[in-house]
Design a protein around this ligand. Structure first.
Ligand SMILES: *[C@@H]1O[C@H](CO)[C@@H](O)[C@H](O)[C@H]1NC(C)=O
Ligand SMILES: *[C@@H]1O[C@H](CO)[C@@H](O)[C@H](O)[C@H]1NC(C)=O
Ligand SMILES: *[C@@H]1O[C@H](CO)[C@@H](O)[C@H](O)[C@H]1NC(C)=O
Length: 387
C-alpha cells in the first residue's frame, strides 16, 4: 500500500473518531423519529426509558450509542436507515404519528405493552419492508385501516388487546406473506373475510364477529394450524370441510352461538388435530362419533351445548384422549366403561348431564347429573323417558 493511501486511511479514521456526531441517519428517518417522540406525552416518558435517551443533539444511528439512543431503535449496518423500532413496555402514552411511514426501511415495528391510543394511521401501509407489526396491549381504536393489506412483506401482525372496532379489511387475502395474525380482544364486528393464503395462526378471540364459518373464508388455507375464534358471535353450522383443512392442529370455537357440527373421518386417517374446543355453544345432535377417528386428538371439549343421546363407545377406546369435557349437555345412558378401566387416564368432566351410573367415585363424574325432572323435560317429558 502506498504511503499516500495509508495517510488517507489514517485521516479517515482520525476524522471519524474526532467527530462522533457526524450525521449518518437519513433526514427522512431523523424527522420521523422526532415526530414519533413528539407525539408521546412527556409525562409518560420515564427518565430511565429508551425514549428518554432519544436526544436529537446526537445522530440516532451514529455508533457507539452509549448515552443517547441506547435502545428503541436498530439501524442498518451502514448507519443510514432505521430498520427496527422496538419500544420498551413502560406505558408511553400518545398517538402513533402518521410520519412513521417515512421510516421506509423498517422491518420491525413493535410498540407492545404501552398506552398508544387513537387510530392506526393508514400511512403504515407504505412501510413496504415491514415484516413484523406488533401493537398488542395498547389502546388503539378505530378500524384496522384497509390499506394495511398493502403490506406484502408482513409476516406477523399482532394488534391484540386494543379497542379496534368496525369490519376487517375485505382484501386481507392479498397479504401473501402473513403467517401469524392476532387481533384478539378488540371490538371487531362483521364477517370473517377471505383469509391470507399462507396463514399458520389465526387468532381473533373475544371480538364480536358474526355470521357463520364460511368455506369461502378458508378456501386455500392449506397451512392453517391454529384457529382461535372463541368468544365471538359466530352462528350456524361448522361444515365437515372445516376439520378437513389439512394442517389444522388446534381449534378453539368456544363461546359462540354455533348450532351444528359436521365431522367426517379424516381423509386416509391423516390429521394433525390435537385439540378442539367447541364448548359453550348451542350445538344440537349427538356427540360426533367421528372425532374418535382423529389419530392425534388428545383434548376434546363439547361442554355446555345441547347434545343428546349416548356417549360414543369409541371415545372410551381412544387411547390418546387425555382431556374430555362433555359436561353441561343432555347425554344419556351409561358412560363407556373404558373411561374408568384401570388407572383413569382421562381428565375432564361428564357431569351435569342425564347419565346413568356415572361412578361418583370418579373425578370425571363431577359435578353431579341433572335432576331427572329436567332430563325428562328435555326428552319430551312424555311418560317414561327412553333412557
Ligand atoms: C432500504 O430498503 C431498500 C428496499 O426497499 C433497499 O434497496 C435498501 O438497500 C435499504 N437500505 C438499507 C440501508 O438497508
Ligand atoms: C367460555 O365461557 C365460560 C363461561 O363464561 C368460561 O368459563 C370459559 O373460560 C370460556 N372459554 C373460552 C375458551 O373462552
Ligand atoms: C363420519 O364420517 C363419514 C365419512 O368420513 C361420514 O360418511 C359419516 O356421515 C360421518 N358420521 C357422522 C355421524 O357424521
Amino acid at each position: 500500500m502506498s504511503k499516500f493511501l495509508l495517510f488517507v486511511l489514517h485521516l479517515i479514521v482520525f476524522i471519524s473518531r474526532s467527530f462522533p456526531v457526524f450525521a449518518f441517519t437519513s433526514p427522512q428517518d431523523m424527522s420521523a423519529l422526532k415526530a414519533f417522540k413528539a407525539s408521546i406525552k412527556p409525562s409518560s416518558i420515564p427518565s430511565w426509558s429508551c425514549l428518554a435517551s432519544w436526544d436529537f443533539s446526537t445522530d440516532p444511528c451514529a455508533l457507539p450509542r452509549r448515552t443517547h439512543f441506547t435502545c428503541g431503535i436498530t439501524c442498518s449496518s451502514d448507519s443510514t436507515r432505521v430498520t427496527q423500532l422496538t419500544l420498551d413496555p413502560v406505558g408511553y402514552s400518545g398517538q402513533l404519528t402518521p410520519l412513521v411511514s417515512q421510516l421506509s426501511n423498517l422491518t420491525i415495528l413493535d410498540l407492545s405493552d404501552n398506552n398508544f391510543f387513537g387510530p392506526i394511521p393508514s400511512s403504515v401501509s407504505s412501510l413496504f419492508n415491514l415484516q413484523t407489526l406488533i401493537l398488542r396491549f395498547n389502546s388503539f381504536s378505530g378500524a384496522l385501516p384497509d390499506s394495511i393489506t398493502n403490506l406484502k412483506s408482513l409476516e406477523a401482525l399482532d394488534i391484540s388487546h386494543n379497542s379496534l372496532s368496525g369490519y376487517l379489511p375485505k382484501a386481507m387475502n392479498s397479504m401473501s406473506s402473513l403467517r401469524r395474525l392476532d387481533l384478539s380482544y378488540n371490538k371487531l364486528t362483521g364477517y370473517l373475510p377471505k383469509l391470507p393464503p399462507n396463514l399458520l395462526e389465526l387468532a381473533m378471540k373475544s371480538n364480536s364477529l358474526s355470521g357463520s364459518l364460511s368455506r369461502w373464508s378458508f378456501d386455500g388455507s392449506t397451512q392453517l394450524e391454529v384457529v382461535e375464534l372463541s368468544e365471538n358471535s359466530l352462528t350456524g353450522a361448522v361444515g365437515s370441510w372445516f376439520l378437513a383443512l389439512p394442517a389444522l392442529q388446534q381449534v378453539n370455537l368456544a363461546n359462540n352461538s354455533l348450532t351444528r357440527i359436521e365431522i367426517s373421518k379424516p381423509v386416509n386417517g391423516n390429521s394433525d388435530l390435537v385439540a378442539i374446543d367447541l364448548g359453550f355453544n348451542r350445538i344440537e345432535g349427538n356427540a360426533p362419533v367421528n372425532f374418535s377417528a382423529y389419530p392425534l386428538l388428545t383434548s376434546l371439549s363439547l361442554r355446555y351445548n345441547r347434545l343428546r343421546g349416548t356417549i360414543p363407545l369409541e371415545y372410551g377406546q381412544k387411547k390418546n384422549l387425555r382431556r374430555l369435557f362433555l359436561d353441561g349437555n343432555f347425554l344419556i345412558g351409561k358412560p363407556p366403561s373404558g373411561f374408568f378401566a384401570g388407572e383413569a387416564s382421562v381428565t375432564g368432566s361428564l357431569g351435569d348431564n342425564c347419565l346413568q351410573e356415572c361412578p361418583g367415585s370418579s373425578q370425571l363424574c363431577t359435578p353431579s347429573q341433572k335432576p331427572s325432572s329436567i332430563c325428562k323435560q328435555a326428552y319430551g317429558g312424555r311418560g317414561k323417558p327412553s333412557f
